[in-house]
Structures are given as structure tokens and as C-alpha cells.
Design a protein around this ligand. Structure first.
Ligand SMILES: [Zn+2]
Length: 815
């Protein structure tokens, strides 16, 4: 996978850009940020049409002026006057989203000002419809809007830079219309040929102190099927990143610095601009190519602490254009604070994202976890602490006050991370998997402040949650995670045992677990970060008044450790498929509760998850009507509650898997779950260390589905996925059944199952259960294809009652 480029690149040097002549990129960059308007490209507009796929922009009356070119390309224009934008949603899903944000069925809006950013021939489109006149110089609208877009974190500048420098303006074509809509402010309509879903309509909105982009519509151009445009996530990627060799250091002052040698495998020839992401708190010192030459780069502005991000992009300008399939190594040197945080004596929090350069992915689209890279990580860290990273530790030495460790991935990974601190390490084994718990010897700042509160009731913090905990000072003990290292080790081992039984082998040779501040959790391949709550014992949790213990302990640990399967063993292709990670992890957390505690406890949790879906969202919307779980992160917007994304993608997503599990239950087999386990293990094997999409998962379910699940008689699960994954409806069921004992010892059953709240052609498989004394036995299922289903049948033995939904078989509300 290494480089083989010397001769090729020498040849290419003669193609025009002499090495060292890198400053042309800098001029282009500056021109793109603040273009000068061209007085010879000014026109009065009358009914000028700009059409991009289903977007129609009409410049009714007013004036348009184009900018002077950058790198030979005219890329910008401004409009003042009376304009209209019209976008007709391509499908009911996008129509539903548009309506949520605008209350319109079609987007129809008038605008008074506009800027256009493009590399797709807009000048030629407009030229045919206008006559040039002499125009004014000095229109500042474009530069002003560019600055405003950058201030909210819109990463448009690197994207147009990419196109303007690219030799392939068709593959990299870009169009952005920034339109000032009457009463609503600026909205953005874009058509990006490098995105599988080219068309996007969105608006930056205030959410608290920050700006967030609302997505009114995102869809593929040309009427392509949005469920399949991400089938090959690499299809429109500019390059892949097969391997990293990172030499990094961390200090006890929480600074991180690194030289990241990144192997870039270009998919196209002739490209000179490559776009990356790196946390903008890390400031680049240099970017070099593999001849050691300094390359020009443009990095997003540094963010002030706790303030709006200006983006995390890095645009690198190569001296020599790329050769498709010829990897080269770029070397990034950077350092900074606020990527590692000191959160107590010997306690550090290391941000898991953004500490090394990854492919530019500023927009919802292909997910970063769709790709895998080899990682070799070399860390220098304070000798008094222990550092743990993803991969296998293959080297360890000391150098003065520093320890130097080397970590190598055994298989390509979706991400790499690390943690360090004053740890106590406890090691154990589950089969061949080594489990190591790295628990801090001293409490972090949050634990310390709580401890102080308990030790001194007069301290303001003693009046903390509930205010009455001061009496339990004796019970709290010492809040150090290390006291629980052994327990956590055993518990983590238990999660692996349950999940290996259901989903197949754990993908790595080791699992390291560290505690981090707060109630946050994150799973990296072979490395789990778990909030400190999970490290407290039950007495301490009681003393702190933490009531919902399962949520913070067994469930939480199960959820996080299952990400080793959901996210790492099997990745996901695009934002549409994130429920395959979070929903499946939610399911796994509750599955673990069932085994670790009991069925009753897990059913209680399932019921609570369902109740969350019934909580009204902002504007009195029912949560499930905010959008299908397939919308993924688009659910998080200015018109929804912060928790609604989680309720849908996590809880409803988990319920989808639970429903499949209950449909597949085979009560005649010694292992009634064997079909479900075979399905999940086949899914993990088929997509082992690869990404999957919703449609990929559906195909696996169809391979294993039982006869009773085949409600359309075509061996497809469309009915189920259309309703629960791609749809926004959720039924309510009322079930009544009477059982009459016959003189010859049988039972006559008659009953009705009634459904409301969903459209006409709704279908469900509704498992039934008979109760005989305190025994509950599954008795087939009702195929509920009508709003009312009538049941009459005879059971050849005496039963007490017939019920449905005993095991939270349905996400429906059941009465
Ligand atoms: Zn999760």
C-alpha cells in the first residue's frame, strides 16, 4: 500500500505547474473569498431562468453582475431585485420535511438579493438570456455574504476552491445560490456533483448561542432512488486514506501535537486541491509532500473556547497533480490545546474526533465510518501516566520523563483514538479477548466537587440534586473510579459474552475501557470511554440520588460496548443509515439488561422508550412525525427538541430491531431466537469491517425472514421497512379476546384486534400468547392486514387467556 510515485511525478511536473510555484493557489483562494466584480459583466434581468434539477430560480426583474475570474473561471455573481425560487419535492419524505420547516407543500419564495457561487456554467446559462451593459464596480454583497457564511461555520469556500482548481469541472461541478428570502433571511440552495445527493436546500438558524443548519430538503438529482445513491460510498470520494502513521505527543498541560503521515490514494488524476478535516483548535505548522516540499494549505480559523466553530477544513494545494491510484504520503505537522482537556488530578479527556486529518466531510452525506484505514500511532506522554490507544501495543520505551508507546491496528479501523491519565489497570480475559480497565486513581473535577459537597454539607453543592443528600455522607465513601476497576472488568466481559452469542465474534484481540468525565460514552475500535457514573457502586449511586440506575449502568455499558459491532465491525454508509449503529446499540443495551438483570426490567425499559416517543415535540408535533428514522441527523434541527433525535434514531431504531426479533421467534426450537441470531451473525459476517446501508440490512432480513413475515407474498420486507424505517406513522392497537372452556377440555377463543392512527394499507405481524396458570406460551401471530381483524379458533387445551405484546413485540401503542 505504499508509494510508488517518483517517476510518474517527474513527468507530471512538466504539465504546467512548476514546483514551488504554489502561490497561485493562494491568489485563487483570496479571490474566491472576496472577488472583484466585473463592470463588463453586468445586466438588467427580466425573467432570467436558472434551473438545476428540480430547482427553478427566476430573476424576475433586477440586475445581475458577475465577478472577475479566478484561475480562468468566472465563479461568482450577485443579484439585486425581485426573484423567485421554486422547488418541487421529489418524494413524500422530502415533502414532509419541507412542510415541517416551511408549512409549504412546494417551496415557493420571493427573494430580493442573491449571491451565486458556481463552477457549473452559470455564466453561460445567464449570458444567453441577457445583454451586457456597463455596470458599477464595488458591489460588496458577495464578499460580505462569504464572510457571514464563514462566520457561522459554512464550509463553502474550500468546496468552490476544489472545483475552480480542478481540471474536471464536470465531476467537481458546484452551484450554490444564497438567497435572501422575504421575512425568513438567507437560505442556501446547492447542487454539488461530488455529493451522492446533489440537491440541498437549507438555512442556518440560531440554536442557543450557536448556528445550526436546518435541511429543508436533500435529494439526488435526476430522479435517482435516494435509498441506493450511497450503495458505493467511495463512488464520489476524491481520494481514500488507506493508512496513517502518526507521531504524537501529549503533555500534562493538556497540549497535543503531532506529525501525521497520511497515505492518500487519489481516485482521479490531475487534481491539485485535496480537502481534509482537522479540529481547528489544532493549528497547522506545515504540510509537506513526500519529497519534503512545503505545500500551500488553507485552514479554518481557530475557534475561541466555547464559541461558534468556523469549520474544521484544511485545503491542501499539491505541487504535483494527483495520479489516480498512485498513493502519496502527505505529512501534516500541528499542535494545539482544547483537543485534550485536563479535568482533574491525573484526569484527562481526549476528544475522539478531529485529532488527525481525515477526509473533508463537512456536510451530511457519506459517513466517515464508511471507510477503514490502517493506523500506526506513536505517542510520547508523561511517564507518570499511562496511555492507551486503539490497536495493539507493539512497543514501549522511556525517554527521560516521557514514555514512548507504539500502537498498530490489526485490521483497518474506522477511527483511532487514545486516552491517558493516572490509571489503575485491571486485566482479565473473555476467551481470547483481553479486557483491560484503565480507571483513574483520583476523582475528576466533577467527582471531587460532589465529594466535597457530601463531606461538607454546608458547601453549596450539598444542596445539589434534591438538596437532601447531606445525611448520607457516610454512605458515599471515596468517589474514585479505580475502586471499581475489577467490577467493570467483569461487567464488560459479560457484555461481550451476550453479544458474541447473538451477533458473532468480537472483532478485535483486546478491549480497553477508560473512565471519562460526565455521563458521556464513546466507543472506539477496541477502546471504550465510559462516563464515571458507570464506575460507581450502587450505594454511591443511591447516595447521589441517581434513580434510573439501569440506564446508567448495565444498559449504558451494553450500549457502548455493542458499538464494537455496530459502527466498528459493521460501519454505516451515510447519515441515512446511522440508526444501524445507534438503534442497534440501543437494542443491544436492552438485550444486555434482559440477560444481566431480568426480562421484566428490560421490558420496563422498552416501554419507557416507547413513552418517550409519545412526548410532544416543539410546536406540539408528535415525535415520530418529525421524520423517519432514515432521516438520521436531519432530525436534529431548530424546530425539534434536542432529545427527539435520540428518541427517534436510538429508541425507535432499536424498536425496529426488537420487532424483527419478535417476528422471527421460533417457539418450537430449543433456541427460539436461532433465526434472529442467524440473521444478525450473517449481517456481521457479510459486512465484516465494511459499511452497510439500510437496504443492505433489509436484504439480510429478507434472506432469513419466516413465512409469517411475508405479508406481501413476495419474500420482501418492503411493507415493514416502508412503514417503520422510511415512514413516520405508528399505529395504536386495541385487543380484546374472550376464552370459553368447552366441556371436552378445549378453549374457544373469539376476539378482535382493532387498529387506528395509520393509513389504509398498513400491515403488521402481531405475535399472540396464551396464558396457562403462570406459564406464557407463544401461539403464532395475527397477520393484521385490515383495520379490524376478527379471531375465532379453538385451542385443544384449557387456557386462561390470550394476549398480545407480552414482550414489547410492537412499537405500536397497545391497549
Ligand atoms: Zn451510541
Amino acid at each position: 500500500m505504499n508509494r510508488m510515485l517518483a517517476c510518474v511525478l517527474v513527468l507530471l511536473c512538466s504539465a504546467g505547474m512548476a514546483s514551488g510555484q504554489a502561490s497561485d493557489g493562494g491568489n485563487v483562494w483570496n479571490t474566491l473569498a472576496a472577488p472583484a466584480m466585473d463592470p463588463t459583466k453586468y445586466a438588467v434581468t427580466e425573467n432570467v431562468d436558472i434551473v438545476r434539477d428540480r430547482v427553478r430560480i427566476n430573476l424576475v426583474t433586477g440586475s445581475i453582475q458577475f465577478a472577475k475570474p479566478a484561475n480562468g473561471l468566472v465563479f461568482a455573481a450577485v443579484f439585486h431585485g425581485d426573484g423567485r425560487v421554486l422547488v418541487d419535492p421529489p418524494n413524500p419524505t422530502e415533502a414532509q420535511q419541507l412542510k415541517l420547516f416551511t408549512r409549504q407543500d412546494k417551496l415557493i419564495a420571493a427573494f430580493t438579493e442573491a449571491t451565486f457561487t458556481f463552477s457549473d456554467g452559470l455564466l453561460e446559462d445567464v449570458e444567453k438570456q441577457v445583454k451586457w451593459k456597463d455596470g458599477p464596480g464595488g458591489d460588496e454583497l458577495y464578499a460580505k455574504r462569504q464572510q457571514e457564511r464563514e462566520d457561522v461555520g459554512g464550509e463553502y469556500l474550500p468546496r468552490i476552491f476544489k472545483s475552480v482548481i480542478s481540471p474536471d469541472r464536470k465531476r467537481t461541478a458546484y452551484f450554490l445560490a444564497d438567497l435572501k428570502i422575504k421575512d425568513r433571511g438567507w437560505i442556501q440552495v446547492r447542487d454539488d456533483a461530488m455529493q451522492p445527493e446533489e440537491i440541498r436546500v437549507g438555512k442556518w438558524t440560531d440554536v442557543g448561542p450557536f448556528k445550526l443548519e436546518d435541511y429543508w430538503m436533500i435529494f439526488p438529482a435526476g430522479g435517482r432512488d435516494p435509498r441506493h445513491v450511497y450503495d458505493d460510498p467511495a463512488e464520489r470520494q476524491d481520494f481514500l486514506l488507506p493508512s496513517y502513521k502518526i507521531n504524537a505527543y501529549v503533555t500534562d498541560g493538556a497540549e497535543l501535537g503531532a506529525t501525521a503521515n497520511v497515505t492518500v490514494n487519489p481516485r482521479y488524476s490531475g487534481e491539485r486541491v485535496l480537502l481534509f478535516e482537522l479540529d481547528s483548535n489544532l493549528r497547522l505548522r506545515s504540510v509537506k509532500d513526500d519529497k519534503g516540499r512545503d505545500l500551500e494549505y488553507h485552514q479554518a480559523r481557530e475557534r475561541k473556547e466555547n464559541s461558534q466553530s468556523y469549520g474544521n477544513y484544511v485545503a491542501v494545494v499539491l505541487n504535483d497533480p494527483t495520479q489516480a491510484g498512485q498513493p502519496q504520503v502527505l505529512s501534516f505537522v500541528y499542535q494545539g490545546k482544547h483537543v485534550v482537556y485536563r479535568v482533574g488530578n491525573g484526569n484527562y479527556f481526549c476528544k475522539s474526533f478531529g485529532w488527525y486529518p481525515s477526509a473533508f466531510a463537512s456536510e451530511l452525506g457519506v459517513d466517515e465510518f464508511a471507510f477503514r484505514s490502517h493506523f500506526e500511532l506513536n505517542f510520547r506522554s508523561p511517564k507518570k501516566y499511562i496511555l492507551v490507544a486503539t490497536g495493539q501495543k507493539v512497543g514501549e520505551t522511556t525517554d527521560g520523563k516521557e514514555s514512548v508507546t507504539t500502537w498498530k491496528s490489526e485490521i483497518p479501523l474506522a477511527a483511532a483514538g487514545f486516552a491517558f491519565g493516572d490509571y489503575k489497570v485491571v486485566t482479565d480475559k473473555v476467551g481470547d479477548v483481553e479486557i483491560r480497565v484503565y480507571a483513574n486513581n483520583q476523582p475528576d473535577d466533577l467527582l471531587s466537587s460532589i465529594q466535597r459537597g457530601f463531606n461538607n454539607p454546608l458547601d453549596e453543592l450539598a444542596a445539589g440534586p434534591g438538596g437532601s443528600h447531606a445525611t448520607s455522607t457516610a454512605a458515599i465513601g471515596n468517589l474514585t473510579p479505580s475502586a471499581l476497576g475489577k467490577t467493570i472488568n467483569i461487567e464488560a466481559g459479560n457484555t461481550l459474552r451476550v453479544f458474541q452469542g447473538y451477533f458473532g465474534p468480537y472483532p478485535y484481540k483486546q478491549l480497553a475501557i477508560t473512565n471519562i468525565i460526565g455521563s458521556y460514552g464513546q466507543g472506539w475500535p477496541g477502546l471504550l470511554y465510559l462516563g464515571w457514573f458507570t464506575f460507581l457502586d450502587s450505594t454511591q449511586r443511591n447516595a447521589l440520588g441517581i434513580r434510573n440506575q439501569t440506564q446508567l449502568t448495565d444498559f449504558f455499558r451494553g450500549h457502548e460496548s455493542s458499538h464494537q459491532w455496530w459502527g466498528h465491525r459493521v460501519g454505516w454508509k451515510s447519515y441515512h443509515d446511522q440508526w444501524l449503529s445507534e438503534g442497534f446499540a440501543e437494542f443491544s443495551g436492552l438485550l444486555y439488561v434482559q440477560y444481566r438483570e431480568n426480562m421484566k426490567e428490560s421490558l420496563t425499559q422498552w416501554r419507557l422508550d416507547k413513552e418517550h416517543l409519545n412526548e410532544p415535540d416543539l410546536n406540539n408535533h408528535k415525535t415520530e412525525t418529525l421524520g423517519p428514522i432514515w432521516m438520521g441527523l436531519r432530525i436534529r434541527s431548530s424546530v425539534t427538541n434536542p432529545g427527539s433525535y435520540q428518541n427517534l434514531i436510538y429508541s425507535k431504531g432499536g424498536f425496529v430491531l426488537q420487532m424483527i426479533r419478535m417476528q422471527m421467534m421460533d417457539s418450537r426450537n430449543p433456541d427460539p431466537e436461532h433465526i434472529f441470531k442467524e440473521t444478525m451473525q450473517d449481517y456481521c459476517k457479510t459486512y465484516d469491517n465494511k459499511p452497510a446501508s439500510t437496504e443492505d440490512f433489509k436484504a439480510i432480513v429478507e434472506k432469513h425472514m419466516t413465512r409469517i413475515m411475508d405479508l406481501d407474498g413476495n419474500h420482501k420486507m418492503d411493507w415493514f421497512f416502508n412503514q417503520y424505517v422510511y415512514g413516520t406513522e405508528r399505529p395504536q392497537y386495541t385487543f380484546h379476546a374472550t376464552v370459553t372452556a368447552t366441556p371436552d377440555g378445549k378453549s374457544n377463543v373469539s376476539g378482535t384486534l382493532q387498529r387506528t392512527g395509520v393509513s389504509e394499507n398498513w400491515k403488521d405481524v402481531v405475535p399472540m400468547y396464551v396464558h396457562i396458570g403462570d406459564k406464557v406460551v407463544r401461539l403464532g401471530a395475527i397477520t393484521a392486514t385490515h383495520d379490524t381483524e376478527t379471531l375465532t379458533f379453538v385451542i385443544p387445551q384449557k387456557i386462561d387467556k390470550l394476549t398480545i405484546n407480552d414482550y414489547q413485540d410492537l412499537i405500536a401503542d397497545v391497549k
